[in-house]
Design a protein around this ligand. Sequence first.
Ligand code: ADP
Ligand code: MG
Length: 494
Amino acid sequence: MSVIAVGSFLPPPPPYRRIKPRFTTMVSLRSDAVSVAETSSILRKLKEECATPLPVLRQVADAMSADMRAGLAAAHGLPMIPSFVEDLPTGNEKGLFYALDLGGTYFRVLRVQLGGNNERVVATDFDQVSIPPQLMSATCEELFDFIALGLAKLAAKDDGRFNLSPGKKGEIGFTFSFPVRQTSIDSGILVKWTKGFAVSGAAGRDVVACLNEAMERQGLDMRVSALVNDAVATLAGAEYWDNDVAVAIILGTGTNACYVEQIDAIPKLQGHVSSSGKMIISTEWGAFSKRLPSTEFDRAMDAASINPGEQIFEKTISGMYLGEIVRLVLLEMAATGELFGKSIPENLYTPFILGTPDLCAMQQDKSGDLQGVGSLLYDKARVESTFSARKTVLEVCDTIVKRGGSLAGAGIVAILQKMEEDSKGVIFGKRTVVAIDGGLYENYPQYRTYMQDSVKELIGSEKSNNLVIEHSKDGSGIGAALLAATNSMYKHDF
Ligand code: ADP
Ligand code: MG
């Protein structure tokens, strides 16, 4: 994970490099007691600045609701991108469909055989590969050739469970989890890259056209019937099994959220004719930036990123960044508080040397002497640590993870309260399901708990009895294939 992220950042000297020379001469003159006090004071300040008491969570939720409304009306506030998904799968869908999912870390290809109402999902099969780091800054052709090749490989695998009716083209749901401006369900212009991607020649282009050209180069005769992002696909996949799903959230490398909106509540789509009267809106909440608790470490990380000033909510709550924020805090503690002894472990200077999965692994260490924390710090960063230093490291992890999880919860409440304000009872008056997917949510129990606690604190225990937050595992893969089916050119045959 760290390898990929390193490639996404500019070379040194980032601002936090300054930390080292500032303190090296002073360090040896100080007593141990002074160093310990320095570390405690950094920790205390960090906790204060990252705190998310109820009033802060409420301000974040309210500011995000307001930004959602602004974004639905015009070109300010959150992007609130119309997905053009107006019909969700019914269960009648039949046939063979493919899904491609380009996330921030993995690329997945999936095929699914749908059997209609009684049989539903008859068979699935998928391949997953880590996205090679060099592809993240390759050319548009190279990236899409990689995608088309993955599709070609899966399609060529012989397996009797998957059958395309004679004369029909394979249809694809393409999950492309970057901001895309859509004007129809099967096309969309890439607005910008996020999550460390910097592929040349793609921004401003229709990503479906890019994929079509690559498929042609591979000799594949297939059609993209639905272009969606992972949040939209997750919503579709979860709704297929449970009609009460109203919101879907992704918490993985990056983050996003979407929900089902009434067409007449989307002023910027005025005049759009819709048979269902509804459309899934992709909030692009990663771009949110108001009232967020922030520290000098967040600012240093942002300044060194390939998209400074952008995606601030994403940089505060999602998997790509939590480990890096912790690294910057530990580096400061090592430099000014001698957290790891008289010298600063050289490896702590390497951006992304600590990944969010490392924080998670350390927080699961229940041993009395924190042996697991010690060996992970050594394996990952060649850091020798005392018991007291390990405890401090865990407190830093917990502070950053608590802030991330709690703010994710505030974001969920922002969406729910906006929907409830528009139509009283639609959310809190009945059972409502929020479907969540992504490696961060799936694998980090403390993050999940902080998120759920924050939702409950904000909406109160009575309303939260009606609210179900559920993990929709890999719902986005099936969801994209289902949306390909819902928008199939053969759907009159179902
Ligand atoms: P993508 O974002 O590519 O769609 P995922 O949803 O699987 O992929 O998310 C991968 C991200 O999830 C990783 O980059 C990492 O930040 C986070 N993650 C994966 N495993 C863990 C873990 N054990 N603990 C915490 N975070 C994890
Ligand atoms: Mg994903």
